[in-house]
Design a protein around this ligand. Structure first.
Ligand code: FNR
Length: 371
């Protein structure tokens, strides 16, 4: 434990709000519309409770999980956060700092396309700790291919294609403060360093960052992508491909039929569409439709009991977004490590006290609805 760092999520959030510049705070903490879906993501966990079991032989716990043939020490992951670079308030190198925290804890990192430092530099900091590359497929197929090639070459071991952000959501907090970091040219290093992106510009981004940012805004999203494009996306790499943003069982089935290796059930932490179902409520049906294909989950996880519940509902791994972003803002690398270590320690204790010897053995039958 780092003494000055908060021990509860509520306190972490309060401290983050105090230290973060208002525009960055609103960008990270805010969500779509009146944020009802974002809030519902969190409260959805309150409707489930874990059945405690006594004298169950859980003196030693196994927190490990398996994904794509690799055993991971814990089921926790760092969700891709596009402005994590800026959450390093000291230097704006948050992608690198987060990767160091991932390497120090062994918690895999999913590196966002929207990064302050090129993906190659982030991968180097990860060392042997697994890194996945999150792809926002741009409206430029050659650039899409180039980003995937680079991710392969840099050593990322899976590609997460995010489908819920083919356009940005309606976010009143950001609209009020005009806080869109990317439009200031921030977090675009993966684009500005890309040979295909650069070839589209009259002059290099270093010479005219505004024109480069303008071009980025034109190509960032592609609302015309359909299921017909899945075969092409799949063909871009031999790495495992996961689709992020899958909440419907029909979509899960289409994805599995289309040959994806993993599903990522998430509603982007309630940042994209308001009025939708809490992500947790979608998880069981996605898991059922996925069959043998593993499902990663995020959206609304704030503590270890939430991790337990998502695992029991069938997730193979569980990711957090805002919790570690706040950890970074409040305490730098030590802050991210602190958030992860607290989650893992509480997870281990929960299993010990409630009598479950492994995270992998949790099933839906271990949960009851809270009345
Ligand atoms: C995100 N998220 C996200 N997802 C993604 O696929 N690519 C990205 O670049 C980003 N960027 C991003 C920025 C910020 C500030 C936040 C808070 C989130 C979504 C993220 O991966 C994840 O789905 C949610 O953060 C999970 O919800 P919680 O844990 O924040 O409730």
């Amino acid at each position: 434990k780092v003494p000055e760092l908060p021990m509860s999520y509520g306190e972490l959030e309060r401290r983050a709000e105090q230290v973060m510049p208002p525009e960055l705070w609103s960008y990270v903490a805010g969500g779509a519309g009146d944020e009802r879906t974002q809030n519902a993501n969190v409260t959805a966990f309150e409707r489930w409770g874990l059945m405690p079991r006594m004298l169950a032989g859980a003196a030693e716990r196994d927190l490990s999980t398996e994904l794509f043939g690799r055993r991971l020490p814990t089921p926790l992951m760092l969700a891709p956060v596009g402005v994590i670079g800026l959450c390093d308030l000291a230097e704006g190198r948050g992608d690198l700092v987060t990767a160091r925290a991932a390497a120090a804890t062994g918690v895999p990192m999913i590196a966002s396309t929207l990064s302050q430092d090129p993906m190659e530099d982030v991968a180097r900091e990860l060392g042997d700790t697994p890194g996945w590359f999150q792809l926002y497929p741009p409206n430029d197929p050659e650039l899409t291919e180039s980003l995937v090639r680079r991710a392969e070459a840099a050593g990322y071991s899976a590609i997460v294609v995010t489908l819920d952000t083919l356009t940005l959501g309606w976010r009143p907090r950001d609209l009020s403060l005009a806080s869109f970091p990317q439009l200031k040219g921030q977090c675009l290093a993966n684009y500005f360093s890309d040979p295909v992106f650069r070839s589209r510009l009259a002059v290099p981004p270093e010479e005219d960052p505004e024109a480069a940012t303008g071009h980025w805004a034109m190509i960032f999203g592609n609302q015309r992508l359909t299921w017909d494009d899945l075969a092409w996306l799949r063909s871009l790499t031999s790495l495992p491909v996961l689709l992020k943003g899958i909440c419907s069982p029909e979509d899960a089935r289409r994805a599995v039929d289309g040959g994806v290796d993993g599903l990522y059930c998430s509603n982007h932490g309630g940042r994209q569409a308001n009025g939708g179902l809490p992500a947790l409520d979608c998880l069981p049906e996605v898991v059922d439709a996925a069959g043998e294909v593993p499902v990663v989950f995020d959206s609304g996880v704030r503590g270890a009991p939430d991790v337990v519940k998502a695992l029991a509902l069938g997730a193979r791994a569980v990711a957090v977004g805002r919790p570690y972003s706040y950890g970074l803002a409040v305490g730098g690398q030590a802050g991210v490590e602190h958030v992860l270590r607290c989650l893992l320690a509480e997870l281990d204790l929960t299993l010990a006290i409630d009598g479950y010897a492994s995270t992998a053995s949790l099933t839906r039958g271990d949960l009851r609805p809270v009345r």
